[in-house]
Design a protein around this ligand. Structure first.
Ligand SMILES: Nc1ncnc2c1ncn2[C@@H]1O[C@H](COP(=O)(O)OP(=O)(O)O)[C@@H](O)[C@H]1O
Ligand SMILES: [Mg+2]
Length: 271
């Protein structure tokens, strides 16, 4: 893995509450479990990814906001959650509209400028806000890959054409390498006809891009953030933790039964 180019992946969907943040946090933890070094960039003003790693925003030297305004370098705002999981946190001030006003951000180039030179990571994951504004455009200009988490509920595909149009525009105009790597069915409940029907609809729309992994509805995934840990540390055996390990295997191209020794568990460094 060392020496391989860093993979940059946005977790995005124009809807809120579909599993973007849960996927960003738990995919980061699962990739780290498989030995990869991960930087998670929280680009949502709601700071849910930041909080999910138990990061106290009152004690921060800087946040992703400072990357948008150009007031800090990435290295200055990185928080080390564990040896292999680092986080660039966000705070609610990202919502104020000021972050997008810097010359770089208004051209969509702020994150790319701030993060392109970073070394030492195998993956940079970016958690996105549920809007298709300038923050999201800055993310799409920076990353090469997109994973779209989708809630297996009615209206899952509503508004998706706007997201696809935005991706297409950024791809054509500024970032030709941008592509949708996969679509992830989230909050899947195999007992309900609705979940299965929505999954079929998602497959009709996205074909082979839909991951084999379905992230099942699992209360542990919803509880873990309040303990400031990803599910794999909070409740390693729960369905949610196992489903995100399965996603990580797909993302890494590992066989379905690939396991790492327990020593692969990331060690926590911050309280
Ligand atoms: N597979 C799941 N099972 C149960 N609850 C989930 C699952 N995925 C996400 N949640 C919960 O659903 C809510 C929305 O998920 P979240 O990841 O924050 O969505 P988004 O970032 O797209 O707004 C959160 O409370 C989260 O804990
Ligand atoms: Mg979120």
């Amino acid at each position: 893995m060392r020496g391989a180019p860093v993979r940059t992946i946005a977790l995005t969907n124009q809807k809120g509450g579909v599993g973007k943040t849960t996927t960003a946090v738990n995919l980061a933890a699962s990739l780290a479990y498989f030995g990869r070094r991960v930087l998670l960039v929280d680009c949502d003003a709601q700071s849910n990814a930041t909080l999910s790693f138990g990061i106290n925003s009152a004690k921060l030297d800087g946040t992703v906001y400072d990357l948008f305004t150009g007031e800090a370098r990435a290295e200055e705002v990185i928080v080390r959650y564990s040896e292999r999981i680092h986080v660039i946190p966000s705070t609610p001030d990202l919502a104020g509209g000021e972050a997008e006003k810097s010359p770089a951000a208004s051209r969509g180039q702020a994150l790319k400028q701030a993060l392109s030179g970073l070394t030492g990571y195998d993956f940079v994951l970016v958690d996105c806000p549920p809007t298709l504004g300038l923050i999201n455009v800055n993310v799409l200009v920076f990353v090469e890959e997109i994973i779209i988490p989708m809630q297996c509920q009615f209206f899952a595909l509503q508004g998706i054409s706007l997201l696809l149009k935005t991706i297409d525009l950024v791809q054509k105009r500024v970032n030709p390498r941008l592509k949708i790597t996969g679509v992830l069915p989230c909050m899947f409940d195999g007992r309900t006809t609705l979940s299965k029907e929505v999954l079929e609809e998602i497959k009709r729309h996205f074909g082979g891009k839909v991951y084999r992994t379905r992230v099942r509805s699992n209360v542990r995934l919803a509880e873990a953030p309040s303990f400031g840990k990803p599910a794999i540390e909070y409740a390693p055996d729960c369905n949610g933790a196992q489903d995100y390990l399965s996603l990580a295997r797909e993302v890494l191209g590992l066989p379905e039964d690939a396991k790492e020794p327990a020593s692969a568990m990331p060690k926590q460094e911050t309280a």
